[in-house]
Design a protein around this ligand. Structure first.
Ligand code: PGA
Length: 247
């Protein structure tokens, strides 16, 4: 069965104290409504966030993962290490990783493989740049990103989440319009079976300037199974409002 997700990507934000404040709010007000809530803080807060949310039905995920299994890779965090502290989700291939850290499709493929091998559900981010959209390359770009990311992990079945995040809508305050989201999600849904087994169970999330005002219209679109949220997920009340509008 396809699930709905509301996923927070905190990026490089929040102190230890901020995490505690955020979770205090959730502990008081979060009511599970059938959609899964996942928060992805920085690596150093993962363990603490696991502990703080232990009494509520919220999952904690990482924002990336090493493409290597283990060894001499200073500063890296492996899938095995995340499994060790019971992390079940990892964002992989976020556009900031691709563009600011030059993460290539092949690296993303290795990350997906390592995550899936360690029972971590990858949240695979795909998305086109404005230039690619304007030159009608969106579908080809998205297809290629999924194909390369998933081709070695043919054991994934439906153990993956796809997050469609047009690069031009991330952090800009201007989400893609409803027609664009609807058509693009429909296309992704249509080509997913070519690359992934049991694709009918795979959730396709939208990300890019989701907020309290636009979330209800977006979630009501066919083929949108939730959100990956940056800016609006930094505020506990705003994130809760969005989550509550999802049922
Ligand atoms: P945004 O970020 O909601 O701030 O646009 C989304 C993301 O980067 O995943």
């Amino acid at each position: 069965m396809k699930k709905q997700y509301c996923i927070a990507n905190w990026k490089m934000n929040k102190s230890f104290h901020d995490c505690e404040e955020f979770v205090t709010k959730l502990n008081n007000e979060f009511i599970y409504n059938g959609s899964e809530m996942v928060i992805c803080p920085s690596f150093i807060h993962l363990n603490r966030m696991k502990f703080l949310t232990k009494n509520i039905k919220i999952d904690i995920g990482s924002q990336t993962i090493s493409e290597n299994k283990n060894g001499a890779y200073t500063g890296e965090i492996s899938a095995e290490m995340l499994t060790d502290i019971n992390i079940k989700y990892s964002i992989i291939g976020h556009s900031e990783r691709r563009h600011l850290f030059n993460e290539k499709d092949i690296a993303i493929r290795n990350k997906i493989f390592n995550a899936a091998r360690n029972q971590i559900k990858p949240i695979l981010c795909i998305g086109e740049t404005l230039k690619e959209r304007k030159s009608n390359q969106t579908n080809e770009v998205l297809k290629m990103q999924i194909k390369i990311a998933c081709e070695t992990a043919n054991f994934i079945d439906d153990n993956i989440i796809i997050a469609y995040e047009p690069v031009w809508a991330i952090g800009t305050g201007v989400a893609a319009d409803l027609d664009t989201i609807s058509k693009t999600h429909e296309q992704i849904r249509a080509f997913l079976p070519t690359f992934l087994k049991k694709s009918e169970n795979i959730s396709i999330l939208y990300g890019g300037s989701v907020n309290n005002d636009n979330c209800r219209d977006i979630i009501n679109l066919n083929d949108v199974d939730g959100f990956l949220i940056g800016g609006a997920a930094l505020d506990a009340q705003m994130f809760l409002n969005i989550y509550n509008k999802m049922n």
